[in-house]
Design a binder for this molecule. Structure first.
Ligand code: ADP
Ligand code: MG
Length: 301
């Protein structure tokens, strides 16, 4: 019997996607950070769903406020990666009956504080009992049509950038990160961003998603990758999940302008270039030698 594990998370999603036909109201369905839906003359509606499960995305050792923060911030991060703004969220919670009321209060305080901070209205949800704590967020956002950024428009020669620093998120950042909505807003207002994704499965895996969607290759430079203070190795910066930084590509001339004019608060690093599809994804070492980038990022199955 063939199992889900044999085809993996992305194999399964591809399999689901192949069997679905959507109406013309769906501008982008399965396969990007958010679904993109027809909305009005100037804007598209964005929809993203993210489920956080105890033992997978957090443990009960985390502070309940942090768990609540992470649930909302992860969805805002997906909206940011489309160039949009987050508007509304509905929260479904599967709660262990034995959890204290204090825990539940703090969990929902974490959710509502982060929602307020990012101007997201909480509009409903669903509550059930569950053997493990589960929080599922459905978030709606908006994006101006002209500012929509997909995973699939990277072109050969485009420059690859990432925000912030990468790796070692498990030591704390995965519970306290700031979704890069301000950075995304600045980028899409001022530059042509040819593709963008938020790094949830590790730089290597998410770069692979951009390359796959855009049908291109990439070359990234080992010594250019911004290691976070908690990332002990390059491999950790390439493969650890849940950085929630933005990985994006910019046409060369625009990239030049961006590097010259970027404001001080915008922490971005140029890490490589988009190449021809046939070159695959290459990691260039300090001496200029190229090797194929292997994927070791987090996998659900
Ligand atoms: P992200 O890490 O950005 O949240 P995912 O890797 O979870 O994105 O999902 C990738 C794409 O697959 C998204 O478009 C998402 O909507 C879609 N997807 C994931 N799981 C399912 C599912 N069970 N049914 C349909 N679409 C799914
Ligand atoms: Mg994402």
């Amino acid at each position: 019997m063939k199992t889900i594990q044999a085809i993996g998370e992305f194999g399964l999603i591809d399999r689901i996607a192949r069997r679905i036909k959507t109406s013309k109201n769906v501008i982008v369905g399965i396969g990007d950070d958010c679904a993109v839906l027809r909305y009005n003359k100037d804007k598209y509606l964005l929809l993203t769903l993210d489920m956080l499960i105890e033992g997978v995305h957090f443990t009960l050792k985390a502070r309940p406020q942090q768990i609540g923060h992470k649930a909302i911030a992860a969805s805002i991060s997906d909206i940011a990666s489309m160039g949009g703004v987050a508007k509304y969220a509905a929260i479904s919670a599967g709660l262990r009956p034995c959890l204290s009321l204090d825990f539940a209060d703090k969990l929902f305080a974490g959710i509502s504080n982060t929602a307020r901070r990012f101007k997201v209205d909480l509009i409903g949800g669903d509550t059930n009992h569950s053997a493990k704590l589960v929080i599922d967020v459905a978030m709606v956002g908006e994006v101006e049509k002209k500012k929509l950024v997909l995973r699939s428009r990277a072109k050969c020669g485009d420059i690859i950038f990432t925000t912030g620093t990468l790796g070692g998120s498990i030591y704390g950042k995965h519970l306290s990160f700031t979704p890069r909505i301000k950075e995304s807003g600045y980028l899409v207002r001022n530059y042509t961003i040819s593709s963008m994704i938020d790094i949830s499965d590790g730089l290597a895996g998410d770069l692979w998603q951009i390359c796959k969607a855009s049908r291109v290759g990439a070359a990234i430079y080992e010594n250019a990758i911004p290691l976070s203070p908690r990332a002990k190795t390059l491999s950790s910066a390439l493969n650890d999940g849940e950085d929630f930084e933005l990985l994006f590509t910019v046409p060369p001339r625009q990239a030049h302008k961006l590097l010259l004019k970027k404001p001080l608060w915008l922490k971005i690093t140029r890490i490589g270039e988009i190449t021809n599809r046939n070159s695959g994804i290459q990691l260039i070492d300090k001496r200029g030698r190229a090797r194929a980038l292997r994927l070791k990022g987090f996998r659900h199955f």
